[in-house]
Design a protein around this ligand. Structure first.
Ligand code: HEM
Length: 210
């Protein structure tokens, strides 16, 4: 704790705990985690991940140029889309032909709004994408096995940081905690982290069922 203010990463983890459990328990995520997901739905899901990461990667550098805290958190690897692009390519899916689902389109619109009016809140969304690398490492293994994929393509996104995952996550948490966000900024980051989890849940509903 810094004075009476919680550390931003504690606030993010605590306030999204239930949503993480809901998302993790979603039928679609269970199918991903067990490698039993239908291949066409998996490819559609990869497309949604691509759109989210691409939009954030397009918006964050400008936000970072105007806010040193965003610049401190943002690392070059956050904009590296090669893993998800390679996975789509493995399935002969081009990034140009990805159609956003309703939940994804709404998220992308929100990102545009945030970039204009509350750029720091984009870090709440980045938190969810970064944090997801924790459970996803295991998922990459079961996906490879279930969908009979090679090591380097098809499910690379889920283990995109490889041996650097733990170090990058630890670094992300430390850098976020060091930025001195105000309480109202922390609240806004939490709203966006919740929105991100909710979007993942809704994507699961659109692809599979609720
Ligand atoms: C089957 C699905 C999933 C499983 C089994 C899973 C598992 C886990 C585990 C074990 C951790 C804790 C890692 C640690 O502290 O060392 C974690 C953290 C996290 N996961 Fe997931 N996860 C799943 C899906 C997701 C999804 C879909 C998202 C969002 C896109 C997500 C976002 C996060 C975040 C943000 C954290 C970091 C929490 C923190 O602040 O400490 N997870 N997950």
């Amino acid at each position: 704790m810094q004075g009476s203010q919680p550390l931003v990463m504690d606030a993010l983890r605590e306030s999204t705990k239930e949503l993480h459990a809901d998302t993790e328990g979603h039928q679609f995520q269970k199918q991903l985690g067990s490698g039993t997901v239908r291949k066409d739905l998996y490819v559609k899901y990869l497309g949604q991940l691509y759109l989210m990461h691409k939009h954030l990667a397009d918006l964050l550098p400008h936000a970072a140029a105007n806010d040193a805290r965003i610049a401190a958190v943002l690392a070059p690897y956050h904009s590296d889309l090669s893993a998800v692009v390679g996975d789509l390519g493995y399935f002969d899916a081009s990034t140009d032909s990805v159609v956003p689902l309703t939940a994804t389109a709404a998220l992308l619109d929100t990102m545009d709004e945030l970039a204009k009016h509350s750029p720091v809140s984009l870090l709440g969304q980045l938190y969810v994408l970064e944090g997801s690398t924790n459970g996803a490492k295991f998922m990459a293994k079961t996906l490879r096995k279930g969908l009979n994929l090679p090591e380097e393509r098809g499910a690379k996104y889920f283990d995109r940081y490889g041996d650097l995952q733990r170090e990058r996550w630890t670094n992300f948490k430390a850098t976020m905690n060091a930025q001195g966000f105000s309480q109202s900024e922390i609240d806004a980051l939490v709203v966006e982290a919740k929105r991100m989890f909710q979007t993942f849940f809704e994507i699961g509903c659109e692809l599979e069922t609720c």
